[in-house]
Design a protein around this ligand. Structure first.
Ligand code: PHE
Length: 354
């Protein structure tokens, strides 16, 4: 009797479990609560586990029937749990896709694009013209020594440009003012020849510094482009032809050049190069101050003392050099009347030279 009662109790318990299970399993809202529920329904302390433990107490002939019945209930419940788990996993994945959604069709945030500065463009244009003649481009240090800036360039100690009112000196600690901000790009003539054998054909764009007051025509920081050619048998004719080619490329065909005597310590003879005015074709206007000619650069044949200073043989090679102001080139060509416009970075100015 006890066994029958027990088995009826058991059947009642199992039916109760099976009846309630679908709603309870369906009510698990996430994977964690489903796992908890699973433990409750089928785990070690569940009624099912308890029923299994009771099998041994049943009549031997009933054990198999009871065992099968318990397994049937356990399998049903487990199937419900497994089905719900798959549902919840799919839901979690779907939620992840929603949370991580990126709308690729959204318009990106556009930064207004800037443009190259007129001085940069000018340096590139000049460099390009000389590249077309087979020249190389080099650059060098803005902080220089008196040796490269002056001495190696045949500039004697008493030369006025060496005074502190003209040149920015940096180093007062070690010896007599040996370090300075280069006052021109010419030191690169020396540096380049020291590290290259002739033939040399090179242009050097760069920033230079002079102790000038900032006003409409002066800036303590400005830019130059140095040119240097050293080869066998280079003459003044080659210098003039090269500069005439440059003037026509930069200002247009039909430009004439003229060279007037001048002095630089590192060239002999030296000259100032003028180009016939592109605005009035030489008849005189505001651009050329009514002279018909625009002064563009200093130039000359490399002084033999400079060749000797870098270890070249002045009897075997000769050369010419020139140096032009980038601001001046840009101002003349574009009618920029005040050099300060080139540094103020007013976008209304910058936009005009896009
Ligand atoms: N370095 C000179 C200057 O700054 C220009 C120049 C360069 C002159 C090369 C002759 C040869 O004025």
């Amino acid at each position: 009797m006890t066994n029958l009662t027990d088995s009826m109790d058991l059947e009642h318990t199992l039916e109760e479990l099976e009846r309630a299970a679908p709603a309870r399993v369906a009510g698990a809202v996430d994977l964690d609560s489903l796992s908890n529920l699973e433990a409750e329904l089928t785990g070690k302390r569940s009624p099912i586990a308890e029923a299994r433990r009771g099998i041994g107490k049943a009549d031997p002939e009933q054990r198999k029937v009871i065992g099968v019945r318990i397994k049937e209930a356990a399998d049903r419940i487990q199937a419900l749990v497994d089905g719900r788990r798959i549902e919840l996993e799919h839901a979690a994945e779907a939620q992840l896709l929603v949370d991580d959604h990126v709308d690729m069709t959204l318009d990106r945030y556009r930064l207004p694009s800037g443009s190259q500065h007129l001085l940069t463009t000018t340096m590139q244009e000049v460099s390009d013209i000389f590249l077309g003649l087979g020249y190389r481009i080099a650059d060098g240090p803005e902080i220089e020594t008196t040796w490269y800036n002056f001495d190696a360039l045949n500039t004697p100690p008493e030369h006025p440009s060496r005074s502190e009112s003209d040149t920015f000196y940096i180093d007062w600690a070690e010896g007599p003012n040996d370090v300075l901000l280069r006052a021109h790009t010419s030191p690169m003539q020396v540096r380049y020849m020291e590290s290259h054998e002739p033939p040399v054909y090179v242009v050097v764009p760069g920033r230079v510094f002079r102790s000038d007051t900032f006003d409409a025509t002066h800036s303590p920081v400005f830019h130059q482009i140095e040119g240097l050619a050293v080869d066998e048998n280079l003459s003044f004719t080659d210098l003039k032809g090269t500069l005439a080619h440059f003037a026509r490329e930069f200002f247009g065909p039909g430009r004439e050049v003229r060279l007037l005597p001048h002095f630089f310590p590192f060239t002999e003879p030296s000259a100032e190069m003028f180009v016939s005015c592109f605005a009035c074709d030489g008849s005189g206007c505001r651009v050329c101050s009514s002279t018909g000619w625009i002064e563009l650069m200093g130039c000359g044949m490399v002084d033999p003392n400079v060749l000797t200073a870098v270890g070249y043989d002045p009897d075997a090679v000769s050369g010419f050099a020139f140096g032009m102001g980038v601001e001046r080139l840009a101002q003349v060509r574009h009618g920029v009347t005040d050099i300060r416009h080139l540094y103020e970075n007013d976008v209304r100015t910058l936009r005009q030279f896009r």
